[in-house]
Design a binder for this molecule. Structure first.
Ligand SMILES: *Cc1c(COP(=O)(O)O)cnc(C)c1O
Length: 430
């Protein structure tokens, strides 16, 4: 410590700068890295800082206009303790499988505050969702048939919304999930037909209750301007589609897609202009065309991504033809995204630092300490397992702890844990 901070020049602290330190060691939730490792019974591990999550949610709420609901996308990090923590902070959960749905319900949040999106929901999953009173976000006409069947079988009226694949894409999204042909949602031009189909049966045993629309067009966006434009286009689109709806639109899920900085080139996103844009939309189009709508912003990565670090220990230090390698006990089987193998065209280092040394051997290096250039590699027998290329770190011997930041979202949950047969890492919420 201190490592380089991505996006310096922005007002808001992000990544490594969010965490504290004590006696030269990184702390998470106030606990020094070496003690976190001892508490967990060893490395590698993920440590999440509950206070940082509280602060991030508060910052988003402060930016958003009153009356906008905030929902957490469980996919980003489904750790049960984190979900419980989240359940006290947000208005609802977005889930994308029955497993996530059950985890969300376990927190005590009622089904009424859970929305279930995602392609390929099975008949069994739809039945579970209907039984739990969860809002089903229809991704196709076939899904409407299956959800009707579930409702008829259970004698429960399913709650549905239509997930729309908009005609536009969101510029600057790291991961595009709308515009053009998609496996997600119903193409906007097909939505009136689907709405007519929903309206065809509103009182029989296969009737469903229509609540509104969901448009989620992209993820990992660092441009407030692009997000604002997408929200304007989304509200205009929903206002048009609402004219075909069998009931007033009460649910208006505008997606999210707020990104976080992963490399030194990324500038952190400021949510305030997005909130201002949204306030204007609420005063104009929403008030006029969708007066009963409760807007929802759904976020995963932005709420938890920066609150987590992956801690792994140096096992070996070796030189190979001029390159110094720090070989650590973790790797891509736990933190695939940091190795650039999860949906990144260009590999860039995540922020990485020496977090501490083996218990009782002193701090992690103070500022001003000389650094060296090293490659930090994981313990898997594949060249893909590269956590940091040519990073500047204080000298680290075997036993030192390495922290890989921005690990709170799409870390363990998005990694091939079975690859190479190493044990699963611990996850701690501190
Ligand atoms: C993945 C996903 C999210 C969460 O995206 P983040 O980038 O983590 O905020 C939200 N909504 C839907 C429908 C998703 O598929």
């Amino acid at each position: 410590m201190p490592p380089t901070t991505p996006g310096t020049g922005s007002a808001s602290a992000s990544g490594p700068a969010l965490f504290g330190s004590a006696a030269g060691e990184l702390t998470v939730g106030g606990v020094p890295a070496s003690l976190i490792a001892e508490r967990a019974g060893g490395t590698p591990l993920f440590a999440y800082d509950r206070k940082l999550v509280v602060e991030r949610v508060a910052a988003v709420r402060e930016a958003l206009p009153a009356g906008v609901k905030l929902s957490y996308a469980v996919k980003a990090n489904p750790m049960p303790a984190l979900l419980h923590h989240m359940s006290t902070l947000v208005d609802g959960f977005d889930v994308a499988s029955s497993g996530e749905m059950l985890a969300a319900l376990d927190t005590g949040v009622p089904g009424a505050r859970i929305a279930f999106a995602g392609p390929g929901k099975t008949a069994a999953e739809l039945r579970q969702a209907v039984a739990a009173g969860v809002l089903v976000e229809l991704e196709s006409a076939g899904e409407l048939d299956r959800v009707r069947a579930a409702g008829a079988a259970l004698g429960v009226r399913p709650r549905v919304a239509v997930r729309v694949n908009p005609p536009f894409a969101v510029h600057g999204s790291g991961m595009r999930m709308g515009g053009g042909p998609q496996q997600f949602g119903v193409d906007a031009e097909q939505v009136p037909e689907l709405l007519a189909e929903i309206a065809r049966d509103t009182s029989g045993p296969g009737a469903v209750g229509f609540e509104g629309f969901h448009v989620f067009a992209g993820s990992q966006n660092l441009s407030a301007e692009s997000i604002c434009r997408a929200q304007r286009e989304t509200v205009a689109l929903v206002a048009e589609l609402a004219e075909h709806a069998p009931a007033p639109v009460r649910y208006l899920n505008l997606g999210g897609g707020f990104g976080i900085p992963y490399s030194a080139r990324d500038v952190p996103l400021d949510p305030r202009p997005i909130g201002e844009n949204l306030a204007e939309l609420l005063e104009t189009t929403v008030r006029r065309a969708l007066p009963q709508a409760r807007p929802v912003i759904e976020l995963g990565r932005y709420l938890v991504g920066e609150a987590g670090v992956y801690l792994t220990r140096v096992v070996d230090r070796k030189e190979s033809r001029g390159t110094t390698y720090l070989v650590v006990d973790g790797g891509l089987h736990h933190q695939l995204a940091a190795t650039g193998n999860l949906g990144r065209a260009l590999r860039r280092n995540y922020p990485i630092a020496v977090a501490g040394h083996a218990a009782g051997t002193g701090g992690a290096g103070r500022s001003g300490e000389p650094t060296e250039t090293v490659d930090v590699v994981g313990c898997l027998c594949t060249p893909l397992d590269l956590l940091g290329r040519a990073v500047e770190l204080p000298r680290a011997e075997p036993g030192a702890l390495i922290a890989v930041f921005q690990a709170g979202a799409y870390g363990l949950t998005a990694s091939p844990t079975a690859f190479l047969g190493h044990p699963a890492p611990r996850e701690l919420l501190l």
